[in-house]
Design a binder for this molecule. Structure first.
Ligand code: AMP
Length: 366
């Protein structure tokens, strides 16, 4: 079976590596020269919405999937009648527009931070009055890793936020003084079987994921997150892996956003779960039986951003994944995973790794 993957970045690369073990063929569509997944299969170097390239892919592949959520939906809909596309384009549509996404959470009864749509400066002023400060203004479309966001802390920031983001469709959202952030990663197959990975606790720096730890010792939150993830998967008649990001506040969870794809906060599953998120995504889209999502211990993951320092290659603990990308400030270049029997051991290992990596790379763009 041949799987066409739209996007050939590091997520495509990790999908491609998992495909080898399942004896699945993969090919990719990506406009960038020599993207990370080049090592795993042929890459057609054309734009993501190139009609001819997509039509060729539809003809050559048994199923199409994608590794990033900004694939133009209209382009995919043109090939939908000739090849199965998993996850469904409806999931992409919701995930591409923060308003659509929030309305979906509301419709499913998944709690979320208060928000308002902002089309004018007056809307922003009204949102600040009604929701209170601080609030965060976000572009509805094409935001990721904290890009296209502006935090309004006092009424003096309104003008700066408005001039930074005006001209784009916006939402304003209550700033959540969360205890911590979590992500819930689930997978569903075409027969409707659902499996949820152990919950992951995440730390972001400057809007970019810094560390992930799993499992999370908070049974109540684990249950709420799993139920919300299952609702999304079932409502969307979803096939593949989905990641739901939430803010933990006391015994409540507020949904931030979901990604209709494999996710950075699930990289620990390569070494830390019985079946990785990449393998399970492929299993789901290829119509194979899902694998167990059980943990193999206490997992920790540290992202390597901006550069991979020499010390990261000499560590005696952890598993380094180097995506083979050119260094650039703020760019995700790789990650390191540790697995331990106990949470304290995992945290100690992660602290050593973080210290080693940070000391040898003071200017990683973090
Ligand atoms: P996003 O692109 O929406 O995932 O935002 C990136 C990161 O910014 C999140 O993971 C949070 O750390 C932070 N953030 C976003 N929205 C909020 C909010 N409403 N309250 C507090 N922190 C937020």
């Amino acid at each position: 079976m041949r799987i066409g993957i739209i996007g050939a970045g590091q997520l495509g690369q990790m999908l491609g590596l998992a495909a080898r073990d399942l004896d699945l063929e993969v090919c990719f569509l990506d406009p960038s020269p020599a993207p990370p997944a080049t090592c795993c299969g042929p890459v057609v170097q054309r734009p993501f919405d190139d009609p001819d390239a997509l039509a060729d892919m539809a003809a050559l592949c048994d199923v199409i999937t994608y590794e990033f959520e900004n694939v133009p939906v209209a382009a995919l809909q043109k090939i939908e009648h000739s090849v199965p596309i998993h996850p469904p384009t409806a999931a992409l549509r919701h995930a591409q527009d923060r308003l659509d996404e929030k309305q979906l959470f509301e419709a499913l009864g998944v709690p979320l931070p208060g928000y308002r749509t902002v089309d004018t400066r007056a809307d922003l002023v009204a949102a600040a009055t009604e929701l209170g400060l601080p609030l965060v203004v976000k572009t509805r479309r094409l935001g990721y890793d904290g890009k296209g966001q502006f935090v309004v802390r006092t009424s003096d920031d309104v003008d700066a936020a408005w001039s930074a983001l005006r001209g784009q469709t916006l939402i304003a959202e209550q700033w959540v003084g969360f205890d911590f952030e979590v992500s819930s990663i689930g997978v569903r197959d075409a027969r409707g079987n659902v499996r949820i990975y152990p919950l992951t606790r995440n730390v972001h720096r400057n809007g970019i994921l810094h560390t992930s730890r799993s499992p999370v010792d908070a049974p109540e939150l684990v249950e709420i997150a799993a139920a919300a993830t299952r609702k999304l998967l079932e409502h969307l008649d979803y096939v593949g892996v989905l990641a739901l990001e939430l803010f933990a506040l006391g015994n409540k969870l507020l949904a931030n956003e979901f990604a209709p794809r494999v996710h950075n906060s699930g990289h620990w599953t390569i070494e830390g779960a019985a079946t990785s998120q990449f393998e399970n995504h492929l299993r789901a889209v290829a119509g194979l039986a899902l694998g167990s999502t059980a943990s193999r211990g206490h997992a920790g993951m540290l992202n390597l951003i901006g550069e991979i320092p020499a010390a990261a290659r000499e560590l005696e603990v952890g598993t380094l994944h180097d995506y083979g990308k050119q260094p650039r400030p703020g760019r995700k270049l790789g990650h390191i995973t540790v697995i331990a029997e106990r949470a304290e051991q995992r945290d100690a290992l992660l602290a050593i790794i973080e210290q080693t990596v940070t000391q040898s790379a003071p200017a990683t763009g973090n």
